[in-house]
Design a protein around this ligand. Sequence first.
Ligand code: NAD
Length: 321
Amino acid sequence: MTIKDTISTTAVVGSGYMGGGIAQVLALHGYKVMLGDVDGETAERARVRLVEQAKDFEAHGLLPEGASKIIDANLAAAPSIEEAVAAADYIAEAVPEEPELKANILRRVSAAAPPHAIIGTNTSAIPIRELAPSVTGPERFLGVHWMNPAPFIPGVELIPGQETNPEVLDRAEQLIRSLGKTPARVADTPGFVANRLQFALYKEAAQIVDEGTATPEQIDAVVSNTFGFRLALFGPFAIGDMAGLDVYESAYRTLEKAYGERFAAPEALVAMVKDGNLGLKSGHGFLDVDPGNKTALLAYRDNAYARLSQLRTDLGQAPAL
Ligand SMILES: NC(=O)c1ccc[n+]([C@@H]2O[C@H](COP(=O)([O-])OP(=O)(O)OC[C@H]3O[C@@H](n4cnc5c(N)ncnc54)[C@H](O)[C@@H]3O)[C@@H](O)[C@H]2O)c1
């Protein structure tokens, strides 16, 4: 049995920036999508915009040939959010990030949806446990957090709440995979993983600007050309293991002297170094890389960085930046 045997009709409630992109991806992969918004006209305007945008994506080769026709055929606008969800097997909630508004919409959506419908909220940072009390049947509710722009970013965080049925989580994961996306299950904490990290970086960057150390333009150039470039391919732990954890520990000592406790080396890192686990060069680090695969990993890295560098040259500087 595939996920399409249990999910064929979907609804997207809040057909703005994120909801619109999610709707395009669902429709492109053969799911029927009903758009729900503040009223039927707004939903219809969104439908027209999304089909036009899909045509543009297709014309630029960003979506396969025929994609906009499929999206057009599978996308419909509903007069109300109740009508949008009435026959849905899966519902994506993507109204603005205001806890009261989301609670109210989730109350309405879960009252009007069939009992079997899975409801995934696209909240950026609100814990699922804070939204779940508004959902009738919270066992079918979870966080399904897409990134912007939804048609092109591969990763989607899946966040079960305290009451989410594990089978619902499994099915949401199958759905996301059926859309060609890469799901990551993460725990229900504010900001989850992606935004907690992203916002920590943003805050430090703003502080560097406040101190007069660098301008926003300089910081963006440094990030996108140095460690941000690496982050397109590897996460912080793989990068740390490749750099050497002893190197990280020494750098933290210098940073702690300058910026205090918040830059003290993480305890787990100190323990690793103490035990002689320095990452790739000693065989063990935060990730367990089989020493037999070390050469292949480094060759992959070098090839990937060289090709990414070429891609950036081919693309040229982003306009207006
Ligand atoms: N913008 C991003 O980069 C981004 C990325 C990931 C997650 N998110 C999250 O996605 C959600 C939506 O964000 P967005 O940027 O797409 O917002 P948006 O403002 O572009 O879209 C929100 C949509 O909800 C509709 N809406 C507002 N009130 C409504 C109501 N009472 N009933 C029905 N529809 C209503 C609006 O008309 C609009 O179409 C938020 O939770 C946000 O945190 C946003």
